[in-house]
Design a protein around this ligand. Structure first.
Ligand code: KIV
Ligand code: ZN
Length: 393
């Protein structure tokens, strides 16, 4: 099975987005969660951007010497030197240098010609190679770049010493088929001289689909973040990419070395440090990802989990599935919950509890265990009272 390298950028692309900045102790704890998870490359920051980023790259490099630590740098001398300095105590440093290659960015942002950008890219990669053998080049806005020019830049940076060529869908514009075609072209062009990497943003909700299409087309590094945090709509969610590969080897025969049971803990750690958590229905790590409320689903799930679950929650570190007792729930789930709470109900008792339950649940989002206990206790009490009346007569 071909191996796909997981390049985590939670602490760089993720951390630079609104509501996600972290203090140094938080970054170190998050880095530790990522190391436990087994990410292959940990992008720790953008050293020229702030003192905090510089220190984070240095501290993470020292604390986790066995990990490949990356630092970002624009394709210019000062940035590359700053990244190299932040990484100078790392045992496995990677300098990740980037420059935009699309005409839109060249014209409006960089105000440079294609030749100037090509020269800057080559110079930055050559300089980075004077510090480390592990150099990654990113062609920012690759998906809106003229293909012949992108091929020219990719070829040139590999000749200058880049070992990884990353082709970001910076603005989340691409669609899977199209992205796969682009990646396939560059994979064929570069052969085994470099690893082709992907980095997708989620503006159209396609970041994970695009990343997986790219892997099928030959990409062997995926850049992603925990909970999918990142600029604007975020980056491809690491947990989704990894679990798609693990769950569907029939269609996606690629392996990672991620310890998947650490996915949920890593997501929880991140949530503690930033201002928002994943939405409840977020795949893999959302609160409802393994919750069942509809009666038909609950009945099927309670008979055989595989009817409605394609992954074992334990395999991603979620303690257990959740049966939500709400207005869509049925008798089977109610009976099971009563049993879990220590009550064995007769069919008459169950019927009585169920009638009261549906009435109550109609006006609520879900019932808590205490409310279920109250319903069960009241059904038992009223049955005992009926029995006493019958005996007295
Ligand atoms: O989205 C992007 O293009 C980036 C690059 C710096 C890799 O984050
Ligand atoms: Zn990005």
């Amino acid at each position: 099975m071909s191996r796909v390298y997981i390049f985590d950028t939670t602490l760089r692309d993720g951390e630079q987005s609104p509501g996600c900045s972290m203090t140094m102790p938080e970054k170190l704890k998050m880095a530790s969660a990522l190391v436990d998870l087994g990410v292959d490359i940990l992008e720790a920051g953008f050293p020229i951007a702030s003192e905090g980023d510089f220190e984070a790259v240095d501290a993470i490099s020292r604390q986790f010497p066995w990990v490949q630590v990356a630092a970002l740098a624009r394709s210019c001398t000062l940035d590359v030197q700053r990244a190299a300095k932040a990484l100078h105590r790392a045992k496995r440093p990677r300098i990740h240098t980037f420059i935009a290659t699309s005409d839109i960015h060249l014209k409006h942002k960089l105000r440079k010609s294609r030749q100037q950008v090509l020269d800057d890219a080559v110079a930055a990669v050559s300089l980075a190679r004077s510090y480390t053998d592990d150099v990654e080049f990113s062609a920012e806005d690759a998906t809106r770049t003229d293909l012949a020019y992108l091929e020219q830049v990719s070829q040139a940076v590999v000749e200058a010493g880049a070992r990884t060529v990353n082709l970001p869908d910076t603005v989340g514009y691409s669609v899977p088929e199209e992205y796969a075609e682009l990646i396939g072209r560059i994979v064929t062009l570069l052969g085994d001289r470099a690893i082709v990497s992907v980095h997708c943003h989620d503006d159209l909700g396609l970041a994970v689909a695009n990343s997986l299409a790219a892997v099928k087309a030959g990409a062997r590094q995926v850049e992603c973040t925990i909970n999918g945090i990142g600029e604007r709509a975020g980056n491809a969610a690491l947990e989704e990419v990894v679990m798609a590969l693990k769950t569907r080897p029939d269609r996606l025969p690629f392996g990672t070395k991620i310890n998947t049971e650490k996915l949920f803990p890593a997501s929880q750690t991140l949530t503690r440090f930033i201002t928002f958590g994943p939405q409840p229905n977020k795949a893999i790590v959302g609160e409802n990802a393994f919750a069942h409320e509809a009666g038909i689903h609950q009945d099927g799930y309670l008979k055989e989990k595989s009817t409605y679950e394609i992954m074992d929650p334990a395999s991603v570190g979620v303690p257990e599935s959740r049966i939500v007792l709400g207005k869509h729930s049925g008798r089977h789930a109610l009976k099971k919950r009563a049993e879990d709470l220590g009550y064995r109900l007769s069919s008459e008792q169950l019927e009585q509890v169920y009638q009261h339950f549906t009435h109550l649940a109609d006006n609520k989002k879900g019932l808590r265990n205490e409310e279920i206990i109250a319903l069960v206790e009241s059904a038992i009490a009223s049955e005992n009272a009926d029995a006493r009346v019958t005996v007295a007569q």
